[in-house]
Design a protein around this ligand. Structure first.
Ligand code: SAM
Length: 247
């Protein structure tokens, strides 16, 4: 089966903004798969871990022929394959295929994650990714990591996904303001794919989707894309002028 054919079997494509699921070019996909298969440490991890059950648990990512094509979907959606070298910050990296593909296009990626999952630790190391260990907490700024052209977060869990205290508007505003103020370049972009909450199969907090829309997010399914941050910057300016009117 061609890699692009695998994509049709993945439910995650339902959230990809109408992207053509055939878009990933098999040559690009095959080049990444070939690089993985030439990576002795990566293949050792694949060999020595329990055989994955399709789509279940963390070991599912060992099926690289299934998940690498999946990660090409946002690569194409965001034009990562066509952009000049960018600084990308990937939050909650997990196994690491997405940043690995980004690096294959000469982008520089900083990853951030917990270090609590040994399989993620091993794969990220085998893929040679630069990962900073940090736990994102509500109303806490990120550490000093510099500025990025693109900030991504896929299958977001740092928002207390599926906990009763899942983030609402205030937590998200604090987080987005921190990203825009301190971690994005002037024309930067934020792209997140939230996990549907069990409480409602969607955003989990009433009004949260409308809040993102009010900040000029483009929303498709659980994708929350901020291609233009002018509205957020404008609100930040207004907040500052209210806090110190004479400044
Ligand atoms: C569902 S996995 C998604 C992994 C990857 N982005 C993907 O789409 O395959 C969620 C990731 O978020 C990380 N995570 C969960 N809570 C976090 C927190 N508070 N701060 C930072 N990372 C967190 C987990 O360790 C895990 O790697």
């Amino acid at each position: 089966m061609k890699p692009s054919s695998y994509i049709h079997s993945l439910s995650r494509i339902a959230d990809t903004d109408g992207a053509d699921p055939m878009a990933p070019c098999p040559d690009e996909v095959e080049a990444v798969i070939a690089a993985l298969e030439n990576n002795a440490e990566f293949m050792r991890i694949v060999r020595e871990n329990p055989a994955p059950v399709r789509g279940i648990g963390i070991t599912k990512y060992l099926e690289y022929r299934l998940y690498v094509p999946d990660c090409f979907i946002p690569v194409h959606l965001l034009g990562i394959d066509a952009l000049p070298p960018q600084r990308i910050f990937d939050i909650g990296t997990g196994f690491g295929y997405f940043p690995y593909i980004c690096e294959s296009y000469d982008h520089e990626v900083l990853c951030m994650d917990l270090d609590t999952v040994p399989l993620y630790n091993a794969s990220v190391a085998a893929l040679g990714l630069d990962r900073r260990t940090h736990r994102i907490e509500r109303f806490q700024p990120l550490p000093d990591i510099g500025r990025f052209d693109l900030i991504t977060a896929f299958s977001v869990c740092f928002n207390r996904h599926n906990y009763p205290d899942v983030w609402g508007r205030d937590e998200w505003w604090y987080f987005l303001r921190n990203l825009v103020n301190d971690h994005l370049t002037p024309h930067g972009r934020i792209f997140m794919r939230l996990n549907p909450e069990v409480s409602d199969g969607a955003y989990g907090v009433e009004g949260l989707k409308d809040f993102f829309l009010s900040l000029d997010a483009r929303i498709t399914g659980m994708n929350v894309d901020f291609p233009d941050l002018s509205r957020i910057r404008e609100i930040i300016r207004q907040e500052k002028s209210i806090a110190s009117p004479t400044a």
